[in-house]
Design a protein around this ligand. Structure first.
Ligand code: VAH
Length: 319
């Protein structure tokens, strides 16, 4: 049985759905600090669980005889800058609790996400290599880089089978933006459908590595299904798909919504975005466990807009 911690978040919501399709609804236990959308709650076992409470996690592991944990609970970059102590506590206490549970043999495999936020302003910005200068300047990035070294330590010292991906910005339409700097590219779609206009909190030429949620979920499941000896990197793998600027994604949206307009009011999140790479070299993931992305900017934009439009039509019909 798989235990998902942070199942109601942006990634957790879609990963839970996909894993339940793959393994069966009762083989995937969704947990979060608060209840999420009803579909998630009603499509399989759900428990309220605080990701920083190791004993509570063990109780749920034993109740459902879980053998794997996907730890997706975290405070993201922008919110983390507002509440540094909370971000550090949540992001690190939860990881160390789960790694200890694996070290004690209560589960045999762990997934934990890192992020391009683990890179910093001194990291080469184009084709950022797997191994390079990493001086993160956000609390979120510091917690992700530290977490990577803890994962590697628990693997080397205690044989813990923990696997990790440095996610780029992840774009999806099923959940509202959750405090990430790349979440402008999530919010822009909701606003394009609702108001046909969007005020972007980043400058128009801010290039960032991005990925459609479907690709991120597939990569996550793929690395967890790989043979242990295929996983050569036990800190965290670079992962990449596409990269774009606010201006480029706005132009792509205008192909489907011609009247859509965008204006720019950069805020504190500009400094965060400017500290991150623009494009990522993920050749290790492609070579070690055959990673390849499926969605580009055009196909992602089309998929999101068609889904949001049909969701809106259904809502209008139901009123
Ligand atoms: C954030 N979506 O913006 C997350 C992610 C690379 C960005 O870590 O904080």
């Amino acid at each position: 049985t798989i235990l998902i911690i942070g199942a109601c978040g942006q990634i957790g919501t879609e990963l839970t759905t996909k894993l339940r399709k793959l393994y069966g609804r009762d083989r995937v236990v969704a947990t979060d600090i608060r209840e999420g959308d009803t579909m998630l709650m009603s499509s399989g076992p759900f428990e309220i669980l605080n990701a920083t409470k190791k004993d509570d996690i063990i109780t749920v592991v034993k109740k459902y005889k879980a053998t794997q944990i996907y730890l997706l609970a975290a405070m993201l970059s922008a919110t983390g800058e507002k509440y540094p102590d909370k971000a550090w506590k949540l992001n690190m206490t939860s990881l160390l609790a789960v790694l200890d549970i694996a070290k004690e043999g209560l589960i045999n495999k762990v997934y934990w996400p890192s992020s391009i936020a683990a890179f910093g302003p001194t990291t080469p910005k184009l084709d950022t290599p797997q191994r390079t200068v990493m001086e993160p300047s956000t609390v979120y990035g510091i917690s992700k880089l530290s977490g990577e070294f803890w994962c590697n330590y628990y693997h080397e010292q205690y044989g813990v089978d923990v696997r990790s991906l440095r996610y780029p910005g992840i774009i999806s339409w099923k959940t509202q933006p959750g405090g990430g700097t790349t979440d402008y590219a999530v919010d822009i779609f909701f606003k394009a459908i609702e108001d046909e206009r969007y005020t972007c909190f980043l400058k128009e030429d801010t290039r960032l590595p991005m990925m459609y949620m479907d690709d991120a979920v597939d990569a996550t499941i793929q690395i967890m299904q790989a043979e242990s000896d295929q996983i050569k990197i036990r800190t965290s793998y670079n992962l990449s798909a596409i990269d774009f600027t606010p201006q480029e994604i706005a132009a792509e949206i205008q192909k489907s919504i011609p009247n859509f307009t965008i204006d720019y009011e950069p805020d504190f999140r500009q400094k965060i975005a400017d500290s991150w790479p623009q494009t990522i070299d993920d050749s290790h993931a492609r070579n070690d466990w055959n990673w390849s992305h499926k969605f580009d900017l055009t196909s992602m934009t089309k998929d999101i807009i068609s889904n949001l439009k049909s969701q809106k039509d259904q809502q209008l019909e139901s009123v």
